[in-house]
Design a protein around this ligand. Sequence first.
Ligand SMILES: C[S@@+](CC[C@H](N)C(=O)[O-])C[C@H]1O[C@@H](n2cnc3c(N)ncnc32)[C@H](O)[C@@H]1O
Length: 273
Amino acid sequence: MDVYTAANLANWNDRAELHATDTTGSYRIDKVLAGGSSLHELETREIGDVSGKHIVHLQCHIGLDTLSLKHLGAASVTGLDFSSKALAAARDFAARAGTKARFVEASIYDAPRALGETYDMAFVTWGAINWLDDIRAWARAVAGVLKPGGRLYLLDGHPQMLQYEARNGRLELEYGWRTPMAEPLHWDDAQTYTGDERPVKNGLHYEWIHPIGDVVNALITAGMSIDFLNEHEIVVWRAFPDLVEAGEDQFVLPAGMPRIPMSFSIGATRKGP
Ligand SMILES: C[S@@+](CC[C@H](N)C(=O)[O-])C[C@H]1O[C@@H](n2cnc3c(N)ncnc32)[C@H](O)[C@@H]1O
């Protein structure tokens, strides 16, 4: 395992333990344990009816969205993540909710082999591709876990938003639009992003900004056709301190600040056979 992945894994194992015992409400644990859904209004609307679908949730973290997809009517749900701590929490939540789900520990790049089956839908949301150095390999993995005609739903932070840092009430352009694979951005955060004040022991982590053109072209090259590409003014975490709430767990830039896209979503279909 390379140094960047090893650092990210240590970081995610720490965060998973904090998020699994979250008391900030960020993860909607009680709602999912009661048979409800942790999905936001945006992704619930964009994925449409999931009834009867066999769904894989890639980078599933502590499995709450995975279980939610089953609660929304999926025929089966499988979550994949590289963090053993996240998956231990996911399995515990599944047992407590009484929801059948399969959880597989693997690198995203190894997903087709590790899963050993293909799906009607791959669900990938909120804070996924920024952790990955190789967007082309990611797209091949996505295509590899889908049946012909199977669909990807991707919803993530917009790369334009990721280029900025907030300082003195303004957004300042800080990072380049395309992070080179061998020169990741890095941060060493003492706490996680939920507002939880408990410390993260392994705070160092590495991230990559992928332009939307690279994501789209990687999917096309991997054998996917693009069904839609949407850009949104909302994001579901407080990406900048001055963001204001606009709906449940949704944030937008404050009035008077020029708007930039804060998130984007892509629907894509695996061409067959
Ligand atoms: C922000 S979380 C995703 C949250 C997700 N939307 C959810 O349902 O909670 C990012 C996840 O990506 C996982 N991850 C990061 N790099 C990975 C990799 N190379 N392979 C597999 N999982 C990875 C982390 O363990 C973490 O659980």
